[in-house]
Design a protein around this ligand. Structure first.
Ligand SMILES: O=C(O)c1ccc(O)c(O)c1
Ligand SMILES: [Mg+2]
Length: 626
């Protein structure tokens, strides 16, 4: 497959865009005319600069307001087109996108439009160029790819073809299956974009909220399956108008774009194996079997406090690494590692950001396969050194400065505890915690789409809807990604004034802010945690009064919740109980949950009250309370 991306999709000046696009592995670019005009270089220089980056110009766009104009507008449109054809020859590209007109004087009429395109196709042919017609979703007379195709069919000129754009088709709710009956050689170009489903004006939605395939809610896979079924063999090009990407880091946005295209075409081939997607083979996504371990990196000054918290949470020191300053804390099936090495990755993470989660170990059905898939999707490989006889566990860079390691039960990797950890003891622990329920990663709001794509492309994972959580200092957006036993909540802070925002600025970037452990006896666990000195977060009476009003709880249950500072939620599927620790000085905290029935959420309605309570608890004595 030949990959391409429109220059509008990323930030920076023209040179920065090219460098980022080339580095991400794209084959070509669509030159968006404004980007060219804004750059102070001749068309020939620009063309050379693109090719010097190893890229080709797959498309020049957009040419607007062309079809169905009365004179004198019509003659002017043709002379404008001739000028742009001259420009294209100098840039070194042969295809121009003509988007459907929004001109107030455009008359419409399929035959008129077809006649215009036949004439334009002829002028283009004289110069060895081609033109493609794209129906904008808000085009005055042509806003449906089926009508644009009818114009192209009737134009009946080899140099005039159709351009498809997934946004315009899917955004208007058109059935992409209708594309299957268009001959592939009449489709000159395919533009791809996804978008979140938000009810708004089509033009505004398109110009500000598009995102990478797989980041939104449109059926871009269904669209691409239909396109590939036509025999289309041209470039697959991202055209993403997005306010956030325009202000993002060019390299990150370009890398996400490339990842999204690879993942998209992998989904297409898995859905319809007969389609020739032209993508190297790599393993399919798998669901996580278990969160095998979570590792904290810390140092001598901070280790006593961390270990005290682990002990108070019911964890038991169960073993140590054979060669490294790493101890294992266990409870139920939870393995927490405390790394106090004085050199290497964990140590530098500690020095730069204080105590933080630096590794998450995941048991997969096949670690090597998951690793190979992650690499094919552009994950950064984490090189490592291992002592003699120790396991070499494949690792990739994850959120922030953390890494993800892949383990499995089928190979040597299944014996991590015996080989690397001197056969540590099994322990039920002291508080009845059974397993990791979820891991909450806090990041700047801009990074959320990127990390969601990371998880949903590498793993067999699903995303839940984004929810807004109100913090007294601003809004935090939260989205859960789930893959088998791995549940991650991504929390995006928009301002530094939220607890989440403060956490990322103090820990120098995205990181795990809290870990939730599961129990099947919340009241028993709460009592044991209280006895062991767990720093429980106190929840105020107003919360419980409202809870009684909302759910009509039995007085006895209500009292037990109040006594234990346990938060409660219920939906049609089941019930949810949560309790929290106060946050440490660095903002990290623990949560304990019990799910009853098939409750699948995270207690989002409780989050604002938890946050307010954490802010209150963090106030030094003597300051006014919130
Ligand atoms: O928003 C626009 O005007 C616009 C221009 C060119 C395109 O290819 C497109 O999809 C949208
Ligand atoms: Mg388009």
């Amino acid at each position: 497959m030949k990959t391409s991306i429109a220059t509008v999709s990323i930030s920076g000046n023209f040179r920065e865009k090219l460098a980022a696009i080339a580095e991400a592995g794209f084959d070509g670019i669509e030159i968006f005319e404004q980007d060219f005009i804004a750059w102070d270089g001749s068309p020939r220089q620009v063309g050379r600069m693109v090719r010097d980056h190893g890229l080709e110009i797959t498309l020049f766009q957009p040419f607007r307001d062309f079809e169905c104009l009365p004179e004198p507008h019509r003659a002017r449109a043709f002379s404008r087109a001739r000028r742009k054809f001259d420009l294209m020859a100098e840039l070194g590209t042969d295809l121009m996108l003509v988007c459907s007109s929004v001109h107030p004087e455009s008359t419409g009429g399929v035959d008129r439009a077809a006649a215009d395109f036949r004439e334009l196709g002829e002028i283009a042919a004289e110069r060895g160029l081609r033109v493609g017609f794209e129906a904008l979703a808000w085009g005055r007379h042509f806003n449906d790819h089926r009508d644009a195709w009818e114009v192209v069919r009737r134009a009946d000129h080899p140099n005039a073809g159709l351009i498809l754009d997934s946004f315009h088709t899917l955004g208007r709710g058109l059935d992409p299956e209708t594309i299957r009956r268009i001959p592939g050689d009449r489709i000159f170009f395919v533009q791809l974009a996804d978008a979140p489903l938000i009810g708004m004006d089509l033009l505004y939605w398109s110009r500000h909220f598009r995102n990478m395939p797989g980041e939104g809610d449109l059926d871009v896979v269904g669209f691409m399956r239909a396109v590939m079924a036509t025999g289309y063999a041209g470039p697959l090009s991202l055209e993403i108008f997005n306010d956030q990407f325009r202000g993002g880091l060019p390299r990150l946005v370009a890398a996400d774009g490339h990842r999204s295209l690879v993942d998209l075409m992998d989904r297409v081939r898995r859905a319809e194996p007969a389609l020739p997607v032209g993508l190297q083979a790599f393993p399919p996504p798998a669901a996580v079997d278990a969160v095998e371990f979570i590792e904290f990196s810390t140092g001598p000054d901070e280790v006593p406090e961390l270990e005290a918290l682990l002990a108070a949470t019911g964890f038991v020191k169960a073993g140590h690494h054979v060669s490294k300053a790493v101890t294992l804390w266990r409870q139920g099936r939870i393995n927490l590692l405390v790394n106090c090495e004085t050199s290497g990755f964990a140590h530098s993470a500690y020095v730069s950001r204080g105590t933080s989660v630096t590794e998450i170990g995941l048991t997969m059905p096949d670690a090597a396969a998951s690793f190979a898939r992650a690499v094919a999707l552009g994950a950064e490989v984490h090189e490592q050194t291992t002592g003699p006889g120790e396991l070499s566990i494949p690792a990739i860079a994850g959120v922030g400065t953390s890494m993800l390691r892949f383990l499995d039960r089928e190979t040597d990797l299944g014996s991590i505890w015996e080989v690397d950890f001197n056969h540590p003891t099994e322990t039920l622990g002291a508080a009845g915690l059974l397993r990791v329920d979820h891991i909450a990663q806090t990041m700047a709001h801009d990074e959320m789409l990127s990390w969601a794509l990371f998880y949903t492309s590498i793993f067999d994972a699903s995303r839940s809807a984004m929810v807004d959580v109100v913090d007294p200092g601003g809004l935090v957006r939260s989205q859960a990604v789930e893959s088998g036993a791995l549940r991650v909540t991504l929390n995006g802070a928009e301002t530094r004034r939220t607890l989440a925002g403060r956490f990322i600025s103090e820990s120098l970037g995205a990181s795990v802010q809290h870990i939730a452990f599961a129990t099947d006896d919340i009241f028993g666990t709460a009592a044991r945690l209280a006895a062991s000195g767990f720093p429980i977060l106190r929840i105020g009476a107003n919360y419980y009064d409202d809870l009684d009003a909302r759910f009509g709880l039995e007085p006895e249950l209500s009292q037990r919740l109040r006594d234990g500072s346990i938060l409660y939620d219920r939906d049609a599927e089941g019930e949810f109980f949560q309790l929290y620790s106060t946050s440490r000085a660095d903002g990290m905290f623990f949560e304990v949950v019990e799910r009853r029935g098939r409750y699948a959420g995270y207690g989002a309605p409780n989050a604002p009250f938890r946050i307010a309570a954490q802010r209150r608890a963090a106030r030094p004595a003597g300051l006014p309370r919130e």
